[in-house]
Design a protein around this ligand. Structure first.
Ligand code: AMP
Ligand code: GLY
Length: 416
């Protein structure tokens, strides 16, 4: 079987590694891939939003299954176009992917179907938004209503901060033209709950926790994610069942009822608050970097899972009991502006870890940084502390002058 993976980050590298383990697969293609992916897949330089070229590539290479990584491809309608052409593809349609691409759509759906989430209002007008912030007080959360690579959310601690963020979003249109969702500030442990979904059928994965802030101690700006781990000691089986029944299944059913039935990975970004578990956000795809810590724990054949989910069958999903923890190496300056093209040396010196490349390329045989998030180094161990020690020991072997990383990934679960 020939598989085509759309995307170019660590998540797609982890998906390719998982696919590689399937005895049924003879060839993996990727678009556009990266230096790490190119070791296991044939990479084509096609943009992840160029739907027509992706389709032409899949047809020409007689691909049996396409797997979509990034949200931008879903929002561009790649699944709709592949399906219309009779090609098998794992991912959400454009309509279903609105659960991620429009915060307003997601919040309205949750309100209508009584899915627990923070109280909110939607604004287009700057003055009305500022007035609402004044009424509600701070801290308050401002969310740009569109895709912003994990950077469109500001948790404002003061009115001044809120006004500046609203100015960026509604006046200066930093992320393009859009609305802003202003939302009640919630407090609690965050966790990521990804499920394979087809219509009303929901099959849960193991849980993971991401670390959104750039620096140790959860300081600095929100990023796409700086590290993750799985499992989570602070989420009980009862919590998981609540989240599965009252959030994930309810949302899958709501999407069916709204005639935008979901097929793919539904990602619940959830928070365990003192008033119960609530939704912070939904994504319509595998999380990044959650995928890089969860897939190394998967014992079953992911190719079979993708096919079974698409075909409406019950997939066999087995996990190993090991703890998985991984750390992102990011370009200095990320998530703001950063430079690319720095050589990464000694990557082969690392042992007994999984290396998922996030933003890399090879030029003249040299491995170079090529993105904000550059590498993800993951380890499996009997406990999270040992996994982190292994990762940090191995990372210190890498030489690159322009990378930084957090040393406290897993701090909320690891007892010092
Ligand atoms: P999002 O992109 O919606 O996941 O938001 C990014 C980050 O902002 C989340 O991971 C949270 O840490 C924080 N955040 C978002 N919404 C809220 C909220 N209502 N209350 C507190 N923190 C939030
Ligand atoms: N790690 C958060 C995300 O994938 O959006």
């Amino acid at each position: 079987m020939k598989v085509f993976v759309i995307g170019s980050g660590g998540r797609e590298h982890a998906i390719c590694e998982a696919l590689k383990k399937s005895p049924k697969i003879t060839k993996i293609f990727a678009a556009s891939g990266n230096a790490g992916i190119s070791i296991i897949a044939q990479c084509a330089p096609i943009s992840e939003t160029d739907v027509e070229k992706l389709l032409a590539f899949a047809k020409k290479n007689e691909v049996d299954l396409t797997v979509v990584g990034p949200e931008v491809s879903l929002a561009a309608g790649v699944v709709d176009v592949f399906q219309a052409n009779g090609l098998k593809i794992f991912g959400a349609t454009k309509a279903a992917a609105q659960i991620e691409s429009s915060k307003e759509f997601a919040k309205n759906l949750m309100k209508k179907y009584d899915i627990p989430t923070a109280k909110y209002e939607v604004f287009e007008d700057y003055n009305a938004a500022v007035q609402y912030v004044k009424e509600q007080g701070t801290p308050i959360v401002l969310k740009y209503d569109g895709l912003a690579a994990g950077k469109g959310v500001v948790v404002a601690m003061t009115e001044n901060e809120a006004e500046n963020a609203l100015k960026d979003m509604l006046f200066d249109r930093k992320f393009g033209c859009g609305k802003v969702v202003i939302e009640e500030f919630l407090l609690g442990q965050e966790f990521s709950f990804m499920c394979f979904v087809n219509g009303e059928n929901v099959f849960p994965m193991e849980l993971a926790q991401d670390h959104k802030r750039a620096f140790d101690g959860d300081k600095g700006a929100n990023t796409g994610g700086m590290g993750a781990y799985s499992p989570l000691p602070f989420i009980t089986e009862k919590d998981k069942i609540f989240a599965l029944e009252n959030i994930m299944k309810k949302t899958a059913n709501a999407l069916v009822a709204e005639s935008c039935s979901f097929c793919g990975v539904l990602y619940g970004g959830l928070m365990k608050t003192s008033n119960g578990i609530k939704v912070i956000e939904f994504n319509a795809r595998f999380g990044d970097p959650e995928t890089e810590v969860i897939l190394p724990r998967l014992k079953s054949d992911i190719f079979d899972i993708f096919n079974d989910v698409i075909d409406g069958k019950m997939p066999d999903i087995q996990w190993n009991k090991q703890c998985s923890l991984g750390v992102v190496l990011a370009s200095k300056g990320y998530p703001e502006s950063y430079k690319k093209g720095f050589e990464i040396k000694n990557i082969d010196a690392m042992q007994d870890v999984q290396i998922f490349q996030m933003g890399t390329k090879i030029i003249d045989g040299k491995l170079l940084t090529n993105g904000g998030r550059v590498l993800f180094i993951n380890a499996l161990a009997d406990n999270l502390k040992a996994a982190r020690e292994k990762v940090l020991t191995e990372i210190s072997k890498i030489h690159c002058e322009n990378l930084f990383y957090r040393k406290d990934i897993g701090f909320q679960a690891i007892k010092f």
